[in-house]
Design a protein around this ligand. Structure first.
Ligand code: SF4
Length: 434
């Protein structure tokens, strides 16, 4: 890439990207980081020290939105002190119209919807006197041992509680060739494990010519030399086909782990959430997955206290969590998101304290279940891809996405290490290398 020099450049040396939210946001930030690196900027340790500050936002829950507002607001004095500092707000807080945001945060220089890096790169290009064209391509920043690859953007499902389709738009799949090219590039740069991302990853390919789906993409990615593990997130129960399940079962590099949100255990609540399946259908799907993928681990997402959810209806969620025995449950209290179907038509009528009580009950049930599930791994040897060191100990995950810690003075980051599990708890495992 050639960066053409333009007139009257301004010095811009460093950037700071703050990211909150899902893996898709993290992947978007990595891409932006790569582009800023190609423009000659380097990473600063804090927003205060950076010439360019990017906040990559999430509004999927009120708590996330509050944190974003706190961060944007904290930049106001920095911007008045240093008007040359560039402040960008990116991600799901930015909808198609930005007038209200511009009025609320007049000191923000640029607003960008998810994956729309152009406005910031153009602005920086103008200030720095370079041509930013071509800076956002395949990931080229220093990748870790594991990497995220977005394969489908947007979501067509319009679950009644969810803001994502309004912010990330309709589904658009990348081609298999494009994703495989990026996977190869990452492998050449030392990445061993890739996670294919989509808000609804199982819907991948329906907008591409021919009859291609996630199973076909997994098959192609499985051929990439150097990549040893492949994962995918997030699945939708209505779109998880037998072809996808069989591909996971058959392909050696695809890990035995499925993230399958069920959101609520009661059929009426599921219907008002517009999820498109029943409790029984979900259970039967789990049975099929377990029958075809031996040793599979399962994680899920749950919302408690959705509009009108009674105590009995909530107990159906608890029952489902107990019956299935998930390896991870991401539970959240419902909060209304402006612009969604639920915000327009369904009152947020479960009191805050009751939502918190339900959340706590679910967490206790899950902690007990996980303590038991993980204790069965005691004494077993499991293969861990080492991701780095945390509080002095090496850590990584096994194929089932279990977090494992062990001690070794040598830095074994990037290696596959067989670890004998010697201590188990609900949230992690500890062992010794073999
Ligand atoms: S499937 Fe539903 S919950 Fe998931 S991103 Fe799409 S609309 Fe949101």
């Amino acid at each position: 890439m050639v960066l053409a020099r333009l007139a009257n450049p301004v010095n811009m040396n460093s950037y700071y990207i703050w990211t909150i939210g899902c893996q898709m946001n993290k992947a978007d930030s990595e891409r932006l980081e790569s582009a800023l690196g190609q423009m000659g900027l380097s990473s600063a340790g804090s927003a205060k020290d950076a010439d360019v500050v990017v906040l990559n936002s999430c509004v999927v829950r009120q708590s996330a939105e509050d944190k974003v507002v706190g961060m944007v607001t904290s930049l106001k004095p920095q911007k008045s002190h240093n008007p040359d500092k560039v402040v960008a707000l990116m991600g799901c807080m930015v909808g198609p119209k930005t007038d209200a945001l511009e009025r609320r945060f007049p000191y923000v220089d640029v607003f960008m919807r998810p994956q729309q890096y152009g406005p910031l790169l153009d602005l920086l290009g103008d200030r720095m006197g370079i041509d930013p064209e071509g800076c956002v391509g395949p990931l080229t920043a220093r990748p870790d041992v594991t990497a995220y690859i977005p394969i489908i953007h947007g979501c067509d499902k319009f679950c009644s509680f969810c803001i994502i389709p309004y912010r990330r738009g309709r589904e658009v799949s990348r081609t298999i060739e494009d994703v495989v090219r990026e996977t190869r590039l990452l492998a050449q740069r030392g990445v061993k494990e890739v996670t294919l991302l989509g808000q609804n990853v199982d819907s991948y390919g329906h907008d591409l010519p021919g009859d291609q789906d996630l199973g076909d993409l997994l098959e192609s990615a499985n051929e990439v030399e150097g990549i040893e593990r492949i994962r995918f997130l997030t699945s939708h129960p209505s779109d998880m086909s037998d072809h996808i399940i069989d591909s996971v079962a058959r392909l050696g590099k695809v890990c035995e782990h499925v993230n399958l949100p069920f959101q609520a255990g009661d059929d009426d609540v599921l219907a008002s959430m517009r999820r498109g399946y029943t409790n029984d259908e979900y259970r039967r799907l789990i049975d099929r997955i377990r029958a075809r993928i031996p040793g599979v681990s399962l994680s899920t997402d749950v919302i408690v206290g959705f509009s009108g959810e009674t105590e009995d209806q909530f107990e159906r969620t608890v029952e489902l969590v107990q019956d299935i025995g998930f390896d991870k449950v991401h539970a959240a209290a419902y909060s209304t998101r402006e612009g969604t179907i639920a915000a327009r038509m369904m009152p947020d009528d479960v009191p805050r304290e009751e939502k918190q009580r339900r959340l706590k009950r679910l967490e206790e049930v899950q902690e007990l279940a996980l303590t038991d599930i993980n204790s069965r791994l005691d004494g077993q040897i499991t293969e861990v891809l080492v991701e780095g060191r945390r509080r002095g100990r090496l850590f990584g995950r096994n194929r089932n996405d279990k977090l494992v810690f062990f001690d070794d003075e040598t830095d074994r980051t990037g290696e596959f290490v067989n670890v004998r599990i010697e201590r188990t708890g609900p949230w992690s495992l500890q062992g010794v290398p073999q």
